[in-house]
Design a protein around this ligand. Sequence first.
Ligand code: CUA
Length: 302
Amino acid sequence: MSWLPVAASDMAARVDLLFYSMLALTGLTSLAIFVVMAVFAIRYRAGSAADRSNPPPRKTWLELGWIFTPLAIFLGVFVWGAVVYAGFYAPGEASTVFVVGKQWMWKVEHANGRREIDELHLARGEPVRLVLSTEDAIHSFYVPAFRIKQDAVPGRYTSIRFTPTREGEYWLHCAEYCGTDHARMGGKVVVMAPAEFAAWLSNGNENASLAAQGFELFRRKGCSGCHVNSTVHAPDLAGIFGRTIHLADGRTVVADEAYLRDSILLPKRDVVAGYQPIMPSFQGQLDEAELSALVTYLKESR
Ligand code: CUA
């Protein structure tokens, strides 16, 4: 139906099914309640000749039935919604695209180093995970056709995962009030056929890949001085991504992008078991683009 919003991602179909089911369920429930209310209000209005003798006896099974049947149905909807929501954050194979919000634009960086502003190109049918950050206020990356909306929060990475399923151009908005030009902050998402996307990605790209930029930073900022074959007692970082890390305070964390970012900027927070908290913070010395390069390098180092 053409008046319904376009559904252009795998998650859009799941969100729509949930949304329309809830609309139907709550609509029918409200309708049933209002019809019964109207019927009783008219039939038993003051002065009506309705038969009021022999009121029916109390039926426990009926009362339990109308309490627990709707409860089960609506708790079922809650579980369904939770499963759909978790789908946006489920782990799994996906290419990573870094998206940085900034008053008032979206800056996008692909793994091969290709950059874009207020545009995001994606391949149809290929799962993608956006890793979001911001250089100033809170922004929210909102693509209605994909049914995705994810905040970019200062000082941390957030991420969201989906697969575009339909070629075309779709609106991108900022959905969190972030200052004067908030309403203008946005652009478009372009979904292309995989071969076309591959051509677009390499066309005219003169930047080094994120991993190569990260490797260069890893040496220039001095990370390699401690983390590669040195006498200083620092963990070796090869193959760290996705590993379960045991921390000095007994917690365990999985080394994802957010963990790597925090370890660079807040090294005293999650100290690895068996090591001293001697690493200096790199807060203020790396911008978001440099962080995404370093994190990508660490992800790909084996
Ligand atoms: Cu960025 Cu609103």
